[in-house]
Design a protein around this ligand. Structure first.
Ligand code: HEC
Ligand code: HEC
Ligand code: HEC
Length: 453
């Protein structure tokens, strides 16, 4: 027995030493400050576009804070993490980081001093980025205005507050795959795949995660969660009534709106905001790859578009509330599920929503896309609809765009739940949502995500 115990302890000691040896990273020497003017302006400009595709500003800027100075709280199932100051301030930012240290952080999730970084920093995607692209991002970051802002400590649950757990996570889930060009696809698709799976880290939101917070590699883009929104599946399991074509994804990413899918509203908005100002060819490449994920050929796309349009128009044409222009359409009764709650939902819809979401008038120009086409209404849970009803849809400050008012103050919880249940049954053919009251409470407790940087 004793010999067995000693043997076990021996194995454990060897395992710990092995783990430490495998995961130990040295400190890289600090770099003397380098003048911004010493970086090639063309490289800096390229880095600006790549940093936009990587949404560095979205995570590394806190609401009301200086861009890239960090402090943005990221809520995870394991606690709260704060993004760091990545301006070139030598004391509180990354001013003393050499390009080698920066590259190591992007590829391996290790800071200059050798500490392991948590994967809320999506280095599991950034690791795919080429050396020359990382060099450009480095040039861009090192030429920003330095901001003095101390990093905040992560508030993670014990024992994950020990950074050694990040090292263990990486041994399990950080893969250093190389993207081999897919010769059967064109250059745009290959470029799109590089940007979507790498810098764009689209899967960080759109791919489901396992209990250790790692993306499920066997279900890429099958739909995920982030910031208490549902990030829709982009693969063949997408809930969108109309399969996204490359042109439609492009409209959505570049202009926030597609006439057959509608308007961006939540955490996707800052991603789009960045994509609106990078080279168009890159957004077209991202769109080409993204659309290919649903694997729908043009003929099927056409057919499903016709079916979805017929469904959406029918559900609007038979709405009990009519505008004068459509009053000739015979009124039809509500679907037979008219329980008390759904009657209440129908009445609230008539009062609060139908002025805009009605069946008449010109479309697409003067009214919202029919709700029967909306992914939000067809998704697996009610969160996105609840967010939109509570907070509305707003253009960014100083920009014009589509507006829907929020109803946070106008409707009670019970009314919003009844309304959401009604919208679901009226404008989709999917099963009723569950857990709406709890989801709504969580949403009511949090500040609007749309107000993030
Ligand atoms: C999804 C949010 C998110 C995005 C997007 C993001 N980061 Fe971060 N980043 C973080 C978080 C959180 C940390 C801190 C991790 C920790 O404390 O372990 C971090 C840490 C870093 C660090 C380490 C800094 C230090 O002082 O240790 C660098 C460098 C960095 N990010 C650069 C970038 C760059 C460049 C981009 C864009 C290409 C980017 N990040 C995009 C969340 C993000
Ligand atoms: C921070 C999380 C996050 C990231 C990163 C992200 N998305 Fe999204 N995305 C969402 C959410 C949430 C929605 C739902 C709608 C919304 O927010 O308005 C969405 C919606 C979409 C839609 C519309 C889907 C539908 O059926 O309505 C597309 C297309 C899309 N994202 C593509 C992308 C691509 C391509 C990338 C990478 C360049 C990306 N997303 C990165 C969270 C994210
Ligand atoms: C003042 C006009 C107005 C009112 C009132 C209004 N909406 Fe909207 N709604 C819009 C606009 C504008 C959009 C965005 C444009 C689009 O998607 O075509 C929108 C979009 C939506 C979307 C789609 C979002 C997406 O990305 O899929 C849903 C769902 C929605 N509204 C539900 C409602 C509900 C429920 C009500 C009643 C509580 C309501 N709206 C009231 C104007 C309005």
């Amino acid at each position: 027995m004793r010999r067995f115990l000693f043997g076990l302890i021996g194995i454990l000691v060897v395992a710990v030493i092995g783990f430490v040896a495998l995961t130990w990273r040295s400190e890289l020497p600090p770099m003397a400050p380098r003048a911004a003017a010493s970086f090639d302006p063309a490289l800096v400009a390229k880095g600006a576009d790549l940093a936009a595709i990587g949404s560095c500003d979205v995570c590394h800027t806190k609401p009301g804070g200086r861009t890239y100075a960090g402090g943005y709280p990221l809520e995870t199932p394991f606690g709260v993490l704060y993004s760091t100051n990545i301006t070139p301030d030598p004391d509180t930012g990354i001013g003393a980081w050499s390009q080698a240290a920066f590259t190591r952080a992007m590829r391996e999730g290790v800071d200059r001093r050798g500490r392991h970084l948590y994967p809320a920093f999506p280095y599991d995607h950034f690791t795919l980025t080429t050396d020359s692209d990382i060099a450009a991002i480095y040039a861009f970051m090192m030429t920003r205005q330095p901001v003095s802002a101390r990093n905040e400590d992560a508030r993670l649950n014990f024992p994950l507050n020990f950074r050694i757990f990040a090292a263990g996570w990486k041994l399990l889930f950080l893969h250093h795959d190389e993207l081999k060009p897919e010769p059967s696809r064109d250059a745009a698709w290959n470029r799109g795949r590089y940007l979507v799976t790498g810098l764009g880290h689209c899967g960080a939101c759109h791919t489901p995660r396992n209990s250790l917070g790692a993306e499920k590699r066997h279900r890429p883009f099958a739909g995920g969660d982030g910031r208490n929104w549902y990030s829709p599946a982009l693969d063949a399991s997408s809930p969108s009534p109309i399969p996204w074509s490359a042109e439609q994804v492009f409209n959505y990413l570049r202009h926030d709106f597609d006439p057959l899918h509608g308007q961006v509203a939540g955490p996707m908005a800052p991603v789009n905001h960045n994509l609106a100002r990078v080279p168009e060819a890159d957004v077209r490449a991202i769109a080409a790859y993204t659309a290919s994920l649903n694997d729908t050929d043009a003929a099927t796309q056409q057919r499903q578009t016709q079916t979805a349009l017929a469904f959406a128009r029918d559900r609007e044409a038979t709405l009990p509330i009519m505008r004068a222009s459509t009053a000739t359409t015979p009124r039809q009764p509500e679907p037979p599920d008219a329980s008390a709650q759904s009657k209440e939902g129908a009445a609230i819809f008539a009062g609060a929503c139908a002025t805009c979401h009605h069946g008449g008038g010109e479309w697409p120009s003067t009214r919202p896309v029919p709700l029967g086409l909306s992914t939000t209404v067809h998704g697996p849970d009610a969160r996105n609809l609840l967010h939109i009803v509570v907070d509305g849809i707003h253009p960014r400050p100083g920009e014009s765009g589509k507006i829907m008012p929020g109803f946070a103050g106008a409707l009670t919880d019970a009314q919003i739940v009844a309304l959401a249940g009604y919208v679901r049954s009226r404008f989709s053919d999917k099963p009723a949502w569950t857990g709406m009251a709890e989801a709504l409470q969580q949403i009511r407790r949090r500040p609007a995500v749309t107000e993030a940087p």
